[in-house]
Ligand binder design. Structure first.
Ligand SMILES: NC(=O)c1ccc[n+]([C@@H]2O[C@H](COP(=O)([O-])OP(=O)(O)OC[C@H]3O[C@@H](n4cnc5c(N)ncnc54)[C@H](OP(=O)(O)O)[C@@H]3O)[C@@H](O)[C@H]2O)c1
Length: 248
């Protein structure tokens, strides 16, 4: 049996995955969020703060694994911050770091520990999936904390997939997705070239469930005719984002 764990299930992307996996045979899905009211009620919901290491370990060790042969952990929990001021370039924002990275580490430790015996025997396989931005490779100064944290997360997943027995995974670097938070942050943006959450799921769900070995780094992009090699240059980003956020 497959077990799918959706962390960050409250996001619109998390809910789109939930609807997609819901109807699959031989598959159990668990949704994790700190606030479960808006989660799909027909699918198991768990109220959990992934920053609480003890509670995370307690919850994961309580999941029955008898008939489970494949575990898919999708880490959608995350936070983005536009860092406009000069002092932002000196420090890593701990809220951004913890929400994107520490949450993952807590879940990872709990999952790798609770599956260790079965993994070593080859009875279960753990698949890890992270999500970040196509801008991660450009180190844009206005979201340095986000980029550095996502790059660390990507690398962590890659190394775990290389080093640990019966682990595999992937990282999905996405262009802008049309989510309520993104619309609120950038009300004046041209959304024609934003991905919808169902497009994200359409492009990725088979890659997730059919993935067998090693690590893959995927880019999920809605093609944009305005994109060229200067798109993520700091000056261009600043002008575009100020306009999109309605600040200039
Ligand atoms: N939107 C985009 O344009 C875009 C582009 C590229 C990559 N991404 C990535 O895709 C993922 C989803 O993005 P999104 O925009 O849909 O994000 P979102 O709406 O902000 O959702 C983030 C999710 O994280 C959960 N979360 C935060 N802290 C948590 C904690 N301590 N414990 C448990 N859950 C926690 C939140 O649930 P609760 O608050 O209910 O706990 C929420 O469901 C993120 O990793 C993001 O970086 C998004």
């Amino acid at each position: 049996m497959r077990l799918i764990i959706l962390a960050g299930a409250n996001s619109i992307i998390g809910q789109s995955y939930c609807y997609r996996f819901f109807s699959l045979e031989n598959t159990k899905t668990i949704q994790i969020s700190r606030s479960i009211d808006k989660l799909e009620k027909e699918v198991e919901r768990v109220q959990l703060d992934l920053l609480d290491k003890k509670e995370t370990a307690r919850f994961v060790s309580s999941i029955p694994l008898e008939n489970v042969t494949q575990i898919y952990y999708l880490h959608l929990a995350g936070k983005f911050k536009f860092e406009e001021k000069k002092e932002h370039t000196r420090y890593l924002d701990m809220d951004v770091f913890n929400t994107n990275y520490t949450t993952f580490i807590n879940a990872y430790h709990a999952l790798s520990t609770s599956t260790m015996e079965k993994r070593v025997k080859g009875d279960v396989h753990l698949h890890l999936y992270g999500f970040g931005s196509v801008s991660d490779e450009f180190e844009v100064p206005y979201w340095k904390s986000y980029t550095q944290t996502k790059n660390l997360l990507r690398r962590f997943i890659e190394v775990a997939c290389i080093n640990e027995k019966n682990f595999s995974g992937a990282f999905f670097s996405m262009s802008s997705v049309n989510t309520p938070k993104e619309r609120k942050l950038r009300p004046n943006a041209d959304r024609r070239f934003w991905l919808s959450s169902s497009e994200v799921v359409d492009y990725t769900w088979r890659k997730i469930l059919e993935h067998e070995k090693g690590f893959n780094d995927y880019r999920i992009i809605k093609s944009n005719p305005n994109y060229d090699y200067t798109f993520f240059k700091p000056k261009k980003v600043y002008t575009r984002w100020m306009k999109e956020m309605g600040k200039h």
